[in-house]
Design a protein around this ligand. Structure first.
Ligand code: PFF
Length: 453
């Protein structure tokens, strides 16, 4: 025992290939897919948004996924240390990621809390026999009240840090292996129910038929931001998860599988939410309330609706948790790697700090609703805009420049192919996109969307 005392602790690793895949897909699949994607599609012309989303996914999604995993696995370090190891002057880029993780989790947990509240409502039968028009009032009353949402926010945070406490194999991987398969099963069940409702096909058509008149520069930035958010990219989450990978893992395969799973879940969520909305004659452009107002109203009118409501919100909770643990892990791994803290202490202290940071986002919907930060947005929307539409694209842009122009494509090629052992036919296309296409596309969309729309 004594001989080990002064040695650096060995870095934990994922226990299995499937464990890593489920954890990484779990990070990607979250509120972004189930809550945000359907309402963004609803607001931005249905199929038109889906098409732009696909374009962004192909140009930046796969590319950056591979880029982050490559850097993480190569350095075996969380983002700040990873950048520092490759080029000391770039360490600050890693810190943007840690800060983004902190900010995103602070409001993500508030919304995660709403999901728990809706599970409780479902179980206590609070949805049964309620008029369809009453759900808006119920939701608004809840989120604008000062104390109750904070209790659920705390609860969500406790679940999140409880999992991160257990570390990579014994926490994140263990729970992802339970929660993700459960999510797939429940999701399929609810989708089949939704798509077999009379009139459901209108919703399917809406998602597949593009209305291009609903598209503007803002829509394109929104779709880009959504790709970053949905795939957990641009802030080092996948660098962090990649840092726990062994040298013989196939990065090329994983970089395709994770985005494919994520996109499949977003589409399934769209095909669950929108057909139900159309079948009962609601408006698909309901915005953020689609999940908490429109859907409960739909469930209340469906045969066996309360059971489907419970299943649905439980699956949303599972999706949210496998994402929130990855957000906390970005922060925790930074504190563990850079400040040498114990994992448990880091999870607890930073879990509490992030909880506190989320309080204004929650209060900003009610008692502090007169506070507007960015462009007239309330606190929660401002945080989300700052993280998704500014910090993540910026982090992604810098990552491309770093790999293409600083660290160098040859180094990246070596790592991504395990020193030439893994076949990767599109390797040079990937390099070209990282070096030229993705940074230019991100920069143009970013400048256009933030300053001219
Ligand atoms: N990808 C998650 C979602 O779609 O809900 C959100 C997220 C998780 C963003 C982890 C960023 C992150 F690092």
């Amino acid at each position: 025992l004594n001989t080990n005392l002064n040695e650096k602790k060995e870095r934990e690793q994922w226990g299995s290939k499937i464990g890593f895949l489920l954890a990484a897909a779990g990070s990607a699949v979250g509120l972004g897919n189930i809550w945000k994607f359907p309402y963004m599609a609803g607001k931005n012309g249905g199929g038109a948004f889906v098409l732009i989303y696909f374009a962004m996914l192909i140009i930046v999604g796969f590319t950056l996924m591979m880029a982050e995993l490559t850097i993480g696995r190569h350095t075996q370090l969380s983002p700040v240390g990873a950048y520092r190891k490759l080029k000391a002057k770039w360490a600050w880029v890693g810190s943007i990621g840690v800060l983004a993780g902190f900010i995103i989790l602070s409001f993500y947990s508030v919304i995660g809390g709403w999901v728990i509240k809706y599970i409780v409502k479902g179980i206590t039968g609070a949805f049964a026999g309620v008029e369809a028009t009453a759900f808006e009032g119920i939701f608004v009353n809840f989120i604008t009240s000062p104390a109750e949402p904070l209790i659920y926010h705390a609860l969500f945070m406790i679940l999140t840090l409880g999992i991160v406490f257990g570390g990579i194999k014994g926490g994140i991987e263990k729970y992802s292996k339970i929660l993700m398969p459960a999510l797939f099963i429940m999701m399929t069940l609810v989708m089949v129910r939704s798509m077999t409702l009379p009139g459901a096909m209108e919703g399917v058509k809406f998602m597949l038929k593009p209305d291009f008149s609903a598209i503007s520069g803002g829509t394109i930035l929104a779709a880009l931001g959504q790709v970053f958010f949905s795939l957990s990219l641009g802030m080092g989450t996948m660098i962090t998860y990649g840092s726990y990978l062994s040298k013989d893992e196939n990065l090329v395969e994983s970089s395709f599988q994770i985005p494919l799973i994520d996109t499949a879940v977003a589409l399934i969520a769209g095909l669950t939410v929108l057909p139900a909305v159309f079948a009962f004659g609601f408006d698909p452009s309901g915005g953020p309330g689609l999940l908490f107002i429109t859907l409960p109203a739909v469930f209340s009118q469906m045969p066996l609706g309360s059971i489907f409501a419970i299943i649905f919100f439980v699956l949303v909770l599972f999706a949210a948790l496998t994402s929130s643990i990855s957000l906390l892990e970005v922060v925790v791994s930074y504190v563990v790697d850079e400040m040498n803290w114990e994992r448990k202490k880091a999870s607890l202290i930073f879990g509490i700090l992030i909880f506190l940071m989320g309080i204004p986002s929650s209060l900003g919907l009610g008692v502090w609703s007169n506070i507007k930060l960015i462009g007239g947005k309330d606190i929660l929307d401002s945080m989300s805009f700052l993280a998704e539409n500014v910090m993540m694209p910026l982090g992604g842009l810098l990552l491309c420049i770093f790999i293409g122009w600083v660290w160098g494509l040859d180094n990246a090629y070596k790592e991504v192919t395990n020193d030439g052992k893994v076949k990767f036919g599109l390797m040079h296309v990937w390099g070209f996109v990282i070096k030229y296409v993705a940074p230019i596309a991100i920069a143009v969309i970013f400048v256009q969307g933030v300053f001219f729309s």
